[in-house]
Design a protein around this ligand. Structure first.
Ligand SMILES: Cc1ncc(COP(=O)(O)O)c(C=O)c1O
Length: 244
């Protein structure tokens, strides 16, 4: 929520419902009800700038691998989170992750499922333990995927490139950035990226609801421009979009 307005509220709630469906959960709550509930949660907690975390979980109605007997419950939490990274203006550092993204026929990768975050959390710990802010996660093919909680963009030969979301979350911020780039005549392309391609990048940033648009200053031993022209522009365009 920015200045009392929830950015892409309906898109987030629709993703929540779509994720639940992918995970065999029968939820018949309409998206409009969830949209309104998120607004009410912020109002009741006197929040105008907030991170909102809607959650559907299986309750304690039953024990067992047949999770269908444990019924879905819904909660919405909201709080003023400030910035996701400690000092985003300095840019973040990434180390190549220990754990890779699973192939798409092994997990319902398009769902924002808590279970998938076991890998992400372990990767985040791996980065922090070595003094980095986050990870560069590769997929099972060795292609660039994302970070532990955000998607990734790289400016290569004047084109903003981002990996094809065929095994990781197609972030709402990622989709927003692609659209904003197109609307503003910035060349953008979804394509296969290998780590070696990032060596050719002049600017890199990550995107996410929490991370917003954060510049990457370092990946392993290599440094990148933090105040690059396109990064600054995308940050400004995204900020503007969240305020309208
Ligand atoms: C693993 C992962 N990838 C990407 C994203 C970005 O998604 P969005 O832009 O929808 O917040 C997130 C956000 O939580 C994430 O956890």
């Amino acid at each position: 929520m920015y200045g009392g307005k929830i950015f892409k509220n309906a898109e987030h709630m629709q993703r929540l419902l779509d994720s639940a469906k992918m995970l065999d959960m029968d939820v018949d709550t309409p998206v409009e009800t969830l949209v309104k509930a998120a607004e009410d949660t912020c109002t009741k907690n006197n929040l105008t700038n907030a991170y909102i975390r809607p959650l559907i979980w299986r309750g304690s109605e039953a024990m067992g691998i047949n999770a269908k007997l444990a019924l879905p419950h819904i909660a919405i939490a909201a709080w003023d989170w400030g910035k996701y990274f400690t000092d985003p203006d300095k840019g973040i550092s990434l180390v190549t992750a220990k754990w890779k993204k699973a192939p798409p026929d092994c997990v319902p990768f398009a769902s924002k499922c808590g279970g998938l975050y076991v890998t992400n959390s372990l990767n985040k710990h791996y980065a922090l333990d070595q003094g980095y802010d986050d990870v560069l996660v590769l997929d099972w093919r060795g292609q660039v995927a994302e970070s532990s909680g955000a998607n990734i963009f790289a400016l290569i030969d004047g084109v903003l490139k981002t990996p094809i979301a065929d095994c990781f979350l197609n972030g709402i911020t990622r989709q927003t950035i692609i659209q904003l780039a197109k609307d503003n005549d910035i060349m953008v392309e979804e394509c296969v990226l290998f780590p070696a391609d990032l060596d050719k990048a002049s600017e890199i940033f990550v995107t996410g609801t929490a991370a917003e648009v954060t510049a990457v200053r370092q990946i392993n031993e290599k440094n990148y421009e933090v105040n690059g022209e396109i990064t600054k522009r995308m940050q400004a365009l995204y900020f503007e979009a969240t305020q309208s």
